[in-house]
Structures are given as C-alpha cells and as structure tokens.
Ligand binder design. Structure first.
Ligand SMILES: N[C@@H](CCC(=O)N[C@@H](CS)C(=O)NCC(=O)O)C(=O)O
Length: 430
C-alpha cells in the first residue's frame, strides 16, 4: 500500500540527547509531522551496523527514515520535516524570506557550529588541542556572535515575526555552546543573543524536545594525557577497536532528561528561602486580585488599597530602568522584549508583582518599571535565573520620599502622560 509521507511515522535514528536530532524533532512539533526517535539507540553500535551504513555510509547520526528512503545530515532532515506539509509556518511567506531562512541556517552551521566545535572538541580530546587554533576559533565565534547580536538587537526572530526553521537550527547549534562551553561571562558580551536563546529554549515546542536548559558554569579543562583522536584508517578495524573510536558522540548537553523509572525517588525540593522569612501581613494574592478587579476609581480603590496592605518589612519596592533604551527603535521588538522578560519572571510569581511601562510616542522607546518583591532585597534566585535583570538598573524605592511614592502610584496606574511622555504600552506581571 502506498503511504503518504504526511501520514507516515518517521523514525529518527539518534540518541535522545543529540542537538542535531533536536532540529527535526522541534520542527515536527511545529508542523505536526510524526517523527519518533528509534528505540534503544546505542551510539557507536547502532550507527555502525551494515543496515545503518546503508542509510548513511558515514555511520553518523541523525538519520531519518521516510517512505521514499533515508535522509542524513540534520539540516536536510529538518528542512524535509518543515516542508512536508504544504502550508507551513517554518519556511517564511515569500521567496525572499525563504532565502533569509537559508542564509541563517548556513550561518548557524558554518559560523556558529563550526567555531564552537573547534573550541570545544579539542578540549575533550576529540581533536588535537593547540592553543593558537583555539584562540582563532574563539575569535571567529565571537565575530559571528557579534553579528548575530547586532541583528537580534532589532529583531525578535531571525526572519519575520515568528519562529522559522532558521530559529530552530540556530538555537540547537547555540545550545551546544551555552550548555557546554560558553559560560555567562562569555555570553554576557552578547545580551541580545542571550535574550534570544533563552526565549527560544523556553518556547513550549522547544522545551518539549530539549527539556530544561542550564548554562555551563565552567569551561571544560583540556583533557591532558588524553591522546588526540587518530585519523580514521581505511582498512576495517577489529570490532572492539572500531567501537571505541566511534563512540565519540557529541557530548551530552546539560539538559534535564526524563526521569528513569529505576532511579531513586527525587529528593524533596529545598524550600525557597523567601518562604522562610517571618510571615507578612501583606497577602500578595489579595493585592493582585484588587489590582485586577478594580475597573473604576483606580486611585481611590486600588492605589489606596495597595498602601493600606503594603508591609515595608516583608516586602520591598524597586524601580527598574532599561540600560539600552537607544536600541528600542522598533515598537513590536520592544514590546516582545518586555513580554519575554515578564514570561521569564514566571518563576517569581509567588513572590513578586511588577509593572513595566513602554514610554514614548516614537522610538527610541524607554522602558521603566516598578517591582514589588518579597523580602528586603531582589531575590537571589531571580537575579540568577532571569538574565533580563542585568539589562536594567535597579534602585530601591524610598517610601518615605513622597515623590518616589507618587512615581510608584503613577506606574501602577499607567498614568499618562508619564513624566511628560505618552505611553506606547504598559505591561503587568501579576
Ligand atoms: N553534519 C552532520 C553531523 C553529524 C555528526 O557529526 N554526528 C555525530 C553525533 S552528533 C556522529 O554521529 N558521530 C559518530 C561518528 O563520528 O562516527 C549533521 O548535522 O547531521
């Protein structure tokens, strides 16, 4: 019977933690094409069988089985998955957008992946480690990240106004860097790349495939004493020997894997230190409810209610001021930036309330806000986990200063004009 490719369950040969396999798996989440990872894949064994070598003579993964035959090379597989269903959202809406998507896919492969690998693999002993070569790889990677950063200063996505295949390939390639070698002090030179990467990996369709992503905390030390990989011999090797060599899978990414049934029961999560603070008379949810339900007389009802409830011992108020306002030249990119910030603050929902104003009737727009946090300081876990925090200047509100108090009120109320300027929008975190 002839099976239509759109109805076919495609089998993807790769391990479950392979960033190249993530590309088609994420594309499949967007297009609804059925792609399943092959069962019991063992790197260095499954990809060296005669049957596998018929699918990819390189013996490399990923490989996708389709009704017409196998496809290897992860970008080609991802393109196939993206285009299988005629009307799809991953390939842009014009020939020009299509070309830009291809441009960024090539860039992600040749300028990001190549240089990240040239930095990372020699440190693992997969290639000869030479300090001068590493220096050149890092310089080339920085040049590429600089260019990407410039593009992302004005664009939420690589092409157009939604996720395309270019974002999928770029994010998977950046994933190896962020998870394995590009520590915070390295990536903070590229704040827009950081914002882009964390926004992408937290999109539900990415998260389903990749899981939770954690940034590398240290640069892998050079594996001294490890012999560099030898060039492959042309004559076939004895089974055991060849197994050893081909087991060189790309390193495991530091993502949270699905729990193994045989593993011990997970330890109870340690309490958030904010839960250990002395109880407060202010109930944050009551304030959030009052804010949401007040439709008229906002000053008299909500603002007055806020100060009646406010507990200056259990909570603190903070003004935030975006450091890079001159980059806010495109309205929807600026709005997306704020939306992403509030989305990433989700982890603090039990402990915070915030208002961010997007100020100005024309670009560059200014971002200013006020946040209420449990405790006297900005919670450490928020500073650690939400990278947007460092994009703002933070100043504690002195509530004994009436001018500052009035500024808080104006922000909570979205008062317009605000400090003499119109508001493009105001976003609330509650
Ligand atoms: N350009 C290829 C790279 C494939 C690749 O290098 N795969 C590695 C695992 S990520 C592999 O199979 N290595 C086994 C080997 O070198 O024999 C793609 O994007 O699919």
């Amino acid at each position: 019977m002839h099976v239509l490719a759109v109805d076919y369950v495609h089998i993807l040969h790769a391990g479950s933690n392979n960033k190249n396999a993530f590309k088609p798996l994420i594309a499949a989440e967007y297009t609804g094409v059925e792609v399943k990872l092959v069962e019991s894949f063992e790197m260095g064994v499954s990809n060296k069988t005669p049957e596998f070598l018929k699918m990819n003579p390189m013996g490399k993964v990923p490989v996708l089985e389709t009704p017409k035959g196998p496809i290897f090379e992860s970008n080609a597989i991802a393109r196939y998955v993206a285009r299988l269903k005629g009307d799809n959202i991953l390939y842009g809406s014009s020939l020009f957008e299509y070309a830009l998507i291809e441009q960024w896919i090539d860039f992600a492969s040749l300028e990001i992946d190549t240089h990240t690998s040239r930095w990372f693999y020699p440190r693992l002993g997969f290639m000869v480690y030479l300090p001068l070569v590493e220096e050149a790889a890092i310089a080339a990677l920085k040049r590429a990240l600089g260019a990407l950063n410039t593009h992302l200063a004005l664009n939420t996505y690589l092409v157009g106004h939604s996720v395309t295949l270019a974002d999928i390939v770029m994010t998977c390639n950046l994933c190896m860097g962020f998870c394995c070698i590009m520590i915070k002090s390295f990536t903070s030179e590229f704040p827009h790349v950081e914002r882009y990467f964390w926004t992408m990996v937290n999109q539900p369709n990415f998260r389903k495939v990749i899981g939770e992503v954690k940034q590398a905390e240290t640069v892998v030390p050079v594996q001294s004493g490890k012999k560099p990989a030898q060039p492959k011999e042309t004559k076939p090797k004895a089974k055991e020997e060849s197994k050893k060599e081909t087991k060189k899978e790309a390193p495991k990414l530091k993502v949270q894997e699905p729990a193994d049934e045989e593993e011990e029961a997970p330890k109870p999560k340690p309490k958030n230190p904010l839960d250990l603070l002395p109880p407060s008379k202010m109930v944050l949810d009551d304030w959030k409810r009052l804010y949401s339900n007040t439709k008229t007389n906002f000053r008299e009802v909500a603002i007055k209610g806020f100060w009646d409830m406010y507990d200056p011992e259990g909570y603190s108020l903070w003004f935030c001021d975006y450091k890079y306002n001159d980059e806010n030249t495109v309205s929807y990119v600026t709005l997306n930036k704020v939306a992403g910030f509030l989305q990433r603050m989700d982890l603090a929902r039990k402990y915070a309330f915030g208002k961010v104003l997007i100020i100005g009737s024309e670009p560059p727009y200014k971002l200013k806000g006020v946040w209420l946090f449990r405790g006297q300081e900005i919670p450490q876990f928020v500073l650690d986990e939400c990278y947007d925090m460092e994009l703002y200047e933070w100043t504690k509100v002195d509530i004994n200063d009436e001018t500052q108090k009035e500024r808080v009120n104006a922000m909570i109320e979205d008062q317009e004009p605000f400090e003499g300027e119109a508001l493009l929008d105001a976003k609330c975190f509650k």
